[in-house]
Design a protein around this ligand. Sequence first.
Ligand code: OGA
Ligand code: NI
Length: 361
Amino acid sequence: MENEKGASSSTFKMGNSAQERSLPYVPDCYAVPPSYEPRDALDSKSESVPTIDISRLKGSDDERRGVIQEIRLACQSFGFFQIVNHGIDQSILDDALAVAKGFFELPAKEKNKFMSNDVYAPVRYTTSLKDGLDKTQFWRIFLKHYAHPLHRWIHLWPQNPPEYRERIGKFCEEVRILSLEIMGAITESLGLGRDYLSSRMDENGMQVMAVNCYPPCPDPKTALGLPPHSDYSCITILLQNLTGLEIFDLTAHDGSGRWVHVPEVKGVLKVHIGDHVEVLSNGLYKSVIHKVTLNEEKTRISLASLHSLGMDDKMSVPCQLVNDENPVRYRESSFNDFLGFLVKNDISQGDRFIDTLRIKD
Ligand code: OGA
Ligand code: NI
């Protein structure tokens, strides 16, 4: 076999990536660009990340106030928190992870039915970020599909494994209810009230499910599963079977920041603040920069549920948060605007949607 070590990303057409073929080496086009190094050079160690018992959102007024305050602090400092006592049954989480793994274990022919590089497709199976198009490749395989309202999309989802629709559907429904509860707490923490976005998110809101698979990598130091990025969403709720997620703590080292490993504890869900909550808070809350590292032996599966306003519904800075000291810091934008950005830009090289929204002083 010809050695593809020095191959460019365009060598690996869809369905033919190094990670799908379990190549025993990492081709050069997967090498992490030097622009990531300053951040990677900083110490990266496991430590505590904010963990919030959200069952208290349904408790007494005092209990709810306490949780809202914890959420506020976590959103300001990390743009990230973990949630416990979220009310989703462990069996629903386990079943969703297992059936997602089952999908990636299917023969290529079955998965390739969903193969697409069209970021507007409501269901698409692909690798890396934008297959073969971006400068750098990532050791990831994924299926992305719309999930709300479920009846509108579920018939487009894979029918194999046979339990896929039912189990992922159940997970999506439960996570969406949770997302509404958390968004209510977030808007309340900003002084906007818990229903500020509830009808817009409930009726027309988008839920995009990213079902990610990171196969074992022969040289995990060389490649990444996903590059440093933030999500466009309001919030992303994430379930994983293994560690690999790292978040960037902007406040560490007097503002130069550092990477923090997110530990895996069974049943715990992760909440990422996305670009649209950064806009909603007029910059008080930061969308969290995160990346995925790889491991040599095990396959990592994650389910990332991205929640936002409707396709064309624009997120803008609320007038309640604007005054002489706090002018509007972001332009308004929609999920559709993000998709337009994705077509034209290369996240693998550090392009960020939120940077296009900032209004310069
Ligand atoms: C994503 C993402 C993290 C993970 O899909 O946007 O950041 O752990 N996923 O897979
Ligand atoms: Ni992400």
